[in-house]
Design a binder for this molecule. Structure first.
Ligand code: ATP
Length: 374
């Protein structure tokens, strides 16, 4: 399958800044795919999107829409000529225009005139606008005013306005952040369905890890202007390439170990590894990838009975324990979805239930997450 949008090695330094805000960013998005660009605040997500849209001029690199060059060296296609739709956080509907008129407004753009030709009648435009509203599930609400709609419905009008001109690539910058949690969940699922159904390529910017993991077909994790890992959510979550990625996508235990091929010796005992390797390694083990039993009970073969519960956090559907390892006084988190009956002070046996991911160390994060409790 050919990508709908590709970005190759784009970099951008704002005037007066000595460091690039984005550096050598490369990714492609395919028909029917939602790619989530995720990373901490200030890592360059919005700048990447604005560069793809043509609101920013990259210093280097290229942006391609299918075969069409949108930016490369001296070539630069302006935002209204790119044929890319976008929805930003404040989706800015016109309050005095009805739902249909808001979508029709998107059909007055120069890019659409170019494609549709000046002969496009108002009737034809209304038909296209209605088709877009149908796609986002808003048929029947054409005459409503924006203030009569829920936040999620308003967001879908903005989406209809973005896709009505025929854009097959849609950029979404934190589009759900103004919605309450239920609506947020429903709206992001709908966006995903629309993208799949209409075979659109969607780039979704979010700083919300859970949103990225649940909505995207692929994640692109950014840090300090660079993409550090790209892949399906399960892969990036379970096999993070770096300590930063491991920590950014949920909680994890980072453990130093001595690898001897398929296993490593760690403060948790002998742990199986995802990849064959030797020497000093840093491992990531998610709290839900550890199993735990009270010491003294019959425990799993290979479990190490060297922990003591220092805290427990009940979260309804599961429970997270902090366990101090007596061997080296490190602490690890263990998440269980079953009743353990364990209390603070109890001694426990621990075992890794899955092979550990070997991650690239990251000075700052290692210090933060392999604490030595004094
Ligand atoms: N026009 C500009 N001029 C100068 N600096 C800018 C400009 N736009 C963004 N920046 C800086 O570039 C960096 C990246 O900003 P950007 O908005 O791309 O990050 P982000 O990952 O989208 O952050 P957030 O999640 O907080 O929106 C920030 O340090 C920001 O202050």
């Amino acid at each position: 399958m050919k990508p709908l949008l590709c970005v190759h090695n784009i970099s951008k330094t704002f005037p007066g800044h000595d460091r690039p805000v984005i550096k050598d960013v490369t990714f492609c998005v395919y028909p029917g795919e939602v790619l989530a660009l995720v990373g901490p605040s200030g890592c360059g997500k919005t700048t990447t999107l604005r560069t793809v849209m043509g609101f920013e001029h990259a210093d280097a690199g290229e942006v391609l829409l299918g075969e069409q060059v949108l930016q490369r060296e001296k070539t630069f296609v302006g935002p209204d000529q790119r044929g890319i739709g976008f929805v930003f956080q404040d989706y800015a509907l016109f309050p005095h225009l009805s739902v249909l008129e808001n979508v029709l407004f998107g059909l007055r753009g120069a890019a659409f005139k170019k494609r549709g030709g000046p002969a496009m009648t108002r009737r034809r435009r209304a038909q296209i606008a209605k088709e877009a509203l149908w796609m986002v599930g808003l048929m029947g609400l054409e005459d409503r005013m924006p203030h009569d709609l829920s936040g999620g419905q308003q967001q879908r009008v903005a989406l209809a306005r973005a896709i009505a001109p025929g854009a097959r690539v849609i950029l979404l910058d934190e589009p759900f952040s103004n919605l309450d949690p239920d609506l947020r969940l429903a709206t992001r699922n709908e966006v995903r369905m629309i993208a799949h159904r209409a075979k659109m390529a969607v780039v979704l910017v979010t700083h919300d890890q859970e949103e990225a993991l649940s909505t995207a077909d692929r994640l692109a994790v950014m840090r300090e202007g660079r993409l550090v890992q790209t892949g399906p959510p399960e892969e990036v979550y379970n096999s993070p390439a770096t300590a930063f990625v491991a920590q950014f996508l949920g909680r994890t235990n980072l453990l130093e170990g001595d690898a001897t091929g398929t296993h490593a010796v760690t403060p948790l005992g002998r742990v199986e590894l995802e990849h064959f390797t030797r020497g000093k390694v840093l491992l990531s083990l998610r709290p839900e990838h550890l199993s735990m039993q009270p010491a003294g009970d019959e425990h799993e073969p290979g479990a190490l009975c060297v922990g003591k519960v220092v805290s427990r956090e009940f979260k309804g559907h599961d429970m997270t324990f902090r366990i101090r390892l007596q061997s080296n006084r490190h602490e690890v988190s263990v998440q269980t979805d079953y009743a353990t009956g364990l209390a603070v002070g109890d001694r426990v046996c621990l075992k890794a239930r899955t092979p550990a991911a070997v991650v690239e160390p990251d000075d700052m994060t290692v210090q933060l997450t392999v604490p030595t409790v004094g």
